[in-house]
Design a protein around this ligand. Sequence first.
Ligand code: ZN
Length: 226
Amino acid sequence: MAEKTHVPTASASLVETRMKRKVIREAIIPAGEPWSAELNRGQVLRIIDIEGQQGLDFLCYNKSNPEERYSAPHSIKKAATLNLTRGHVLYSDAARAMVTIIEDTCGHNDTIAGCCSEQTNWLFYGKNESHGSCRSNFLKAMKPYGLGWRDLVPNVNFFCIVPVSPDGSIPASTFAAPPSKPGDFVDLRAEMDLIVFISNCPQMNNPCSGLAPSPIKTVIWEEVEG
Ligand SMILES: [Zn+2]
């Protein structure tokens, strides 16, 4: 593991110049694969769309009490938008801050479409999937933590858009192609100790992964005195 590795930021402040960013962990999540991590309060998770147009599904749970987990309704209502981006907070079902989005170079993240599954691939597309799904990825990643089907809740889809019309209709009834460019990233600051799960979406029946699933990168860091 690298120590005190500098992670480039989109903007530098006076405070940041006095602090070093110590990298805790880096990982490449291969196309279509799950990933999990534990974050301490104050640590930041950067998720990088290496090649662009790669949607990824995200969930988080209170590490000390995983019954408390991300709540899409609370987060959407507090932000007053379906598109959670820079400055917005992901709230728990107990209405407590879990994650603050402190940077977002893409600016488009879906909060309503949930994760893909073998079952919905049949329901929506008439396809029997054989190359995995975000639901099965989440379940695989959650199992070591004692979490399962009953713990799955609607997730955030970073780098994704599901177009919604002013009248509330969803014209395409699914995702548009992700707007993310190669290297786009989100920075997520943990506001409590967390377990986080990512599914790097393998979907091929809609364009949420650009119809060509690709790897993503994660970096966890914390700020220490320089
Ligand atoms: Zn998916």
